[in-house]
Design a binder for this molecule. Structure first.
Ligand SMILES: C[S@@+](CC[C@H](N)C(=O)[O-])C[C@H]1O[C@@H](n2cnc3c(N)ncnc32)[C@H](O)[C@@H]1O
Length: 315
């Protein structure tokens, strides 16, 4: 990882470096039930080392976006994260404890330019821990974690209604599967008109497991309904070309067509500035979407240099 990012890394010597089975048993509610933070004793989330790369790309965009917009939108830039987690993570393979996305944003120098930050998670313990951490950092005047379920559009809309109007917003959606419905994106778009999205799409995990089955196996009807909600309609499953790809188990092309449908639906809402997403070790797929070309220019700048310090090839 690029060492210009300070994630306040410490060794958590109590982490027992679980195997796959014990990890599942010990992390039922999105945080480790065995180990707390070596820094502040609040709960930690167990993650793979690839989580650092996700944080890197998010911070990279956040810095360029907040600094680039601070004069055009003085004291009028907000940050929202849905699926915030508790704020600290432990890397399962080595026990290194680091800031998660929420604390990494709060500790970023560009956070000074943010008017308000909202973090949402459906787990009460996670939300309480993050609020303790926000207050311990002395950022409670600008930032707050809320208990909220992204399936409850009314609830999320109420929370976002707390944001000052006529602001520019960066929204990061970080779920573990494809269960955030497109209706939520539509609702957010109605409340917060000036918004850039960064969306973590579980393209290689959730979709790889179930997308083909959702076409071919009636027992996977629930998965099919979930994916249709994610995309905003069932048309993806009705297209003959997609059915054929599923029958031939062409996972790669099917995934790409799923992503294209999602991007097309975002374009219909006005988010026409987007591009091929960043893939992180086949675990995360990070999609950026904006209504303004400036957003895309910032994203291109933010993704010019890999976490290793190497220049990216695609630009
Ligand atoms: C991938 S983790 C987030 C990690 C965090 N953004 C980070 O990188 O440090 C996903 C989070 O989503 C939360 N979550 C899962 N389902 C949710 C829902 N329906 N509504 C809101 N949050 C949810 C979980 O509690 C978990 O903390």
């Amino acid at each position: 990882m690029n060492n210009s990012i300070d994630l306040r890394s410490v060794k958590n010597n109590r982490c027992c470096l679980c195997n796959t089975t014990s990890r599942k048993e010990n992390t039922k509610n999105g945080y480790c039930s065995i180990v707390t933070s070596a820094l502040d004793e609040y709960p930690v989330r167990c993650v793979g080392e690839w989580a650092q790369e996700k944080i890197y790309w998010l911070l990279s965009y956040f810095g360029i976006f907040s600094k680039g917009m601070k004069n055009k939108w003085p004291n009028a830039v907000n940050y929202v994260e849905i699926c915030s987690g508790p704020g600290r993570c432990v890397i399962k393979d080595n026990g290194d404890e680091i800031d998660g996305t929420a604390l990494a944003i709060l500790n970023h120098e560009a956070f000074n330019y943010i008017r308000k930050a909202i973090f949402i998670d459906h787990n009460e313990k996670v939300v309480n821990s993050l609020n303790h951490r926000i207050n311990d950092l002395g950022k409670g005047d600008k930032a707050k974690a809320y208990l909220g379920d992204y399936n409850d559009i009314e609830q999320i809309s109420m929370i976002l209604g707390d944001l000052p109007p006529n602001c520019l917003n960066l929204i990061f959606l970080d779920p573990t599967d494809c269960s955030i419905s497109f209706t939520l994106i539509q609702a957010i778009n109605e409340i917060l008109i000036y918004t850039d999205f960064i969306i973590n799409i579980a393209l290689y995990t959730d979709l790889n497991r179930n997308l083909v089955r959702a076409f071919l196996n009636p027992r996977y009807q629930t998965a099919r309904e979930k994916y249709s909600r994610f995309l905003g309609s069932d048309t993806f499953f009705e297209k003959q070309i997609n059915k054929s790809l599923a029958e031939n188990e062409n996972f790669k092309d099917l995934r790409m067509r799923f992503l294209d449908d999602y991007k097309d639906n975002l374009v219909r809402l006005g988010f026409k500035y987007s591009e091929y997403p960043i893939s992180i070790k086949n675990y995360y797929t990070i999609l950026f979407a904006s209504k303004h070309h400036t957003g895309l220019n910032f994203w291109r700048k933010a993704t010019l240099v890999e976490p290793s310090g190497q220049k990216t090839f695609n630009l």
